[in-house]
Design a binder for this molecule. Structure first.
Ligand code: GLN
Length: 436
């Protein structure tokens, strides 16, 4: 396996940031007064470069703030920088960033996970207490698990996506990442506190909750599929013992099955690439990116700008998505993927009417070495346990549950739509118990 030379070192702050911001105005008040917060670089910040980890947006300075950024600033938070990420969120390791990979602070020879790897590394290394990430198919939870921190993907429609540069609109949410469940919960309160009519999928349902550690009598479903093929036995063992801790706290553990999980990954990759191929059409060298050569034939001019501005993985996904949506293949891929998605939603709704939450591993493996995974398909496979929550639109948290050979393992807890409160409580109960 070819391991590429990594020019970045831990002394370079793990390459967690793409842009560092100037001094924040002093004297601000609010629930996050003076708290340094890092923001993933696909979330718009007025006057601050926002690259999405891509060359094509290297010089893009948004004219407005994302809704979540406005809310953080209004509560006194200091936005200290924009974090490194897989290009447009397309990746699981942060290695597709045009600005170089992020190193995992737990072991700098390993990936931090992705695509919100910069946010996770900044939190894990103690550079900031909290950060914003985004999660289309696991991009908050995967790096949280790999870096040993907490990350929450909210219910689809709980947090405004206004100002988020879209990768796959029907799947993604912005969410909090921090070292403790309490901080994640606190940040979640702030980013849902004011309803935003500019995102029509966003419901006016603020999260106001103080984490509770009493989970006695709670029913926790454990799907057999979460411990199936491809799941590292050491990861499975750590997660099973974490579930044992929850049982010790009085929760009722029920084995269950989600058969449609078998199709979730394939459906996810058809849907996310289809949406991406449409979303990324706007980066054409006219409105964004390096200036297109107007003297050339238009399609050649666009091709040149997009070839130079997009990396390999982004181009691969645009091609896959365009193919899946094309007239002759639409029914074979896109429509089928939507049917599979409906089945995933139906299965989760059915199971979550019987149990309160579902628990299992966040990632099937331990963090890989930088440069270790070169084959795109084997990379996609590692998203197998995180994408179902995005397809179903349900909330899901990753909380650290021990280490194997010094490397962190994440416990994932998924819940009913708009029931972040219960998901947070289970993670909190576990965290408090193992810390005590
Ligand atoms: N790894 C997944 C992908 O590449 C998830 C990315 C994300 O959530 N942004 O699509």
């Amino acid at each position: 396996m070819a391991v590429q030379e990594i020019p970045w070192t831990p002394e370079d702050h793990y390459n967690a940031f793409i842009t560092i911001c100037g001094e924040a105005p002093a004297g601000k008040t609010g629930r996050l007064a003076g708290v340094p917060v890092a923001v993933k670089d696909n979330i718009s910040t007025q006057g601050i470069r926002t690259t999405c980890g891509s060359r094509i947006l290297e010089n893009y300075i948004p004219p407005y703030d994302a809704h979540v950024v406005t809310l953080l600033s209004n509560e006194g938070a200091a936005i200290v920088g924009k974090t490194n990420m897989d290009e447009f969120g397309m990746g699981t390791t942060t290695e597709t960033s045009a600005y170089g990979p992020v190193l995992n602070p737990v072991d700098p020879t390993r990936v931090p996970g992705g695509s919100s790897g910069g946010s996770a590394a900044a939190v894990a290394a103690g550079m900031v207490p909290m950060a914003l990430g985004t999660d289309t198919g696991g991009s908050i939870r995967c790096p949280a698990a790999f870096c040993g921190i907490v990350g929450l993907k909210p219910t689809y429609g709980r947090v405004s996506r206004f100002g988020l540069i879209a990768y796959a609109n029907s799947l993604e949410q912005i969410g909090p990442m921090a070292r403790t469940v309490r901080d994640v919960s606190h940040m979640m309160e702030v980013i849902t506190s004011v309803h935003d009519p500019r995102d029509s999928t966003c419901r006016a349902q603020p999260y106001t909750h103080i984490p509770q550690s009493d989970i006695a009598g709670m029913r926790i479903g454990v799907p057999v599929e979460c411990f199936g093929e491809g799941v590292d036995l050491r990861v499975a063992e750590s997660v099973r013992s974490a579930i044992g801790v929850l049982e010790g706290l009085g929760a009722e553990i029920l084995e269950c099955s989600i058969p449609s999980m078998a199709y979730a990954l394939a459906a996810y990759y058809v849907i996310c690439t289809s949406e991406a191929s449409s979303n990324l059409a706007r980066f054409d060298g006219v409105r964004y990116g390096p200036d297109v050569d107007v003297k050339k034939v238009w399609h050649e001019a666009y091709r040149d700008v997009r070839m130079a501005g997009f990396g390999t993985e982004v181009r691969r996904r645009i091609l896959l998505g365009t193919f899946a949506l094309s007239a002759g293949y639409h029914g074979k891929y896109y429509t089928k993927a939507q049917v599979a998605r409906q089945n995933v939603c139906r299965d989760f709704t059915r199971i979550l009417s019987d149990v309160d939450v579902i628990a299992g591993p966040t990632m099937p493996t331990l963090p890989f070495r930088l440069g270790e995974k070169t084959d795109p398909l084997s990379m996609y496979f590692t998203d197998i346990l995180t994408v179902p929550a995005n397809l179903a639109g349900i909330p899901a948290i990753s909380v650290p549950c021990g280490r194997v050979d010094g490397l962190p393992v994440g416990l994932q807890v998924m819940g009913r739509r708009f029931d972040e409160e219960r998901v947070v409580d289970v993670a909190y109960a576990y965290e408090q118990e193992v810390q005590a």
